[in-house]
Design a protein around this ligand. Structure first.
Ligand code: ZN
Length: 244
């Protein structure tokens, strides 16, 4: 971890940090448009955040602002305890939980939260989504697990997310009676996981409505996940070229 360049006065590191924050403000703003575009959110629910690489900071959605009114400038810069560092608005009410995830998962660069319909229906039953389609084995490496019930407003949700994901390869968790939290190496990867979560939640729901889905044997799940992660992953460094 570098020293805290935001306190630098010589220009170089501070300017680099400023440029990185500005880049992430735009990226996080743009990624928010993908939530309503993919039918994952209603009204102002849902949020995306991104870690500022090399700094104890994150960029997150402001609370209660309509999606169409979001701008790069309206994104809120917070420290990793959820305190506002820079921004005109209050940050999302889930900020404490996003911050908790970043503090406890150094590999995570992006976090997304939605109440997307099908996935949230599974969470209302506290039922994990079983791994019954190959796309799920690829992306999640097994079931999408259920996390504990936790009240909104502090770090309790984040703690439940971290503790639940520790036992799974899945980048997504269904928080009981609430909705979906996803993580990724960056914010775009976390958004992709949120889109895929709703997609498989819908598919497996439909499969279940007409019969009993057939599980994929664990060894085949491992093989699919390994191939997708390692073979496809190598040619996807730029921007999600592993989407098929
Ligand atoms: Zn929520």
């Amino acid at each position: 971890m570098s020293s805290h360049p935001e306190h630098g006065e010589t220009g170089g590191p501070a300017e680099e940090l400023r440029a990185a924050v500005n880049r992430l403000r735009r990226q996080v703003c743009d990624l928010h448009a993908l939530l309503p575009a993919n039918g994952l959110v209603a009204w102002t629910s849902g949020n995306v955040s991104a870690r500022v690489p090399g700094a104890e900071l994150m960029v997150i959605k402001p609370s209660g602002v309509d999606y169409e009114d979001l701008t790069p400038e309206s994104m809120v810069l917070c420290d990793l305890h959820g305190n506002v560092v820079e921004g005109e608005y209050q940050p999302s009410s889930d900020t404490g939980s996003h911050a908790y995830v970043y503090r406890h998962r150094p590999d995570v660069g992006g976090v997304v939260h939605t109440h997307s319909t099908y996935a949230t229906a599974w969470s209302a039953r506290a039922e994990a989504i079983p791994c019954v389609i190959t796309a799920m084995a690829d992306e999640f490496g097994g079931e999408i697990p259920v996390g504990p019930f936790a009240l909104i407003g502090d770090e309790a949700i984040g703690k439940g997310v971290v503790e639940t994901l520790a036992g799974h390869r899945s980048p997504a968790v269904l928080m009981r009676n609430h909705g979906v939290f996803t993580v990724g190496k960056d914010a775009r990867a976390a958004v992709k996981a949120a889109v895929m979560t709703e997609d498989v939640a819908r598919t497996v729901h439909l499969a279940r409505a007409y019969g009993e889905p057939i599980p994929i044997p664990a060894a085949d799940v491992d093989a699919l996940y390994d191939r997708y992660t390692n073979v496809y992953g190598q040619r996807s460094a730029a921007d999600g070229a592993n989407e098929r």
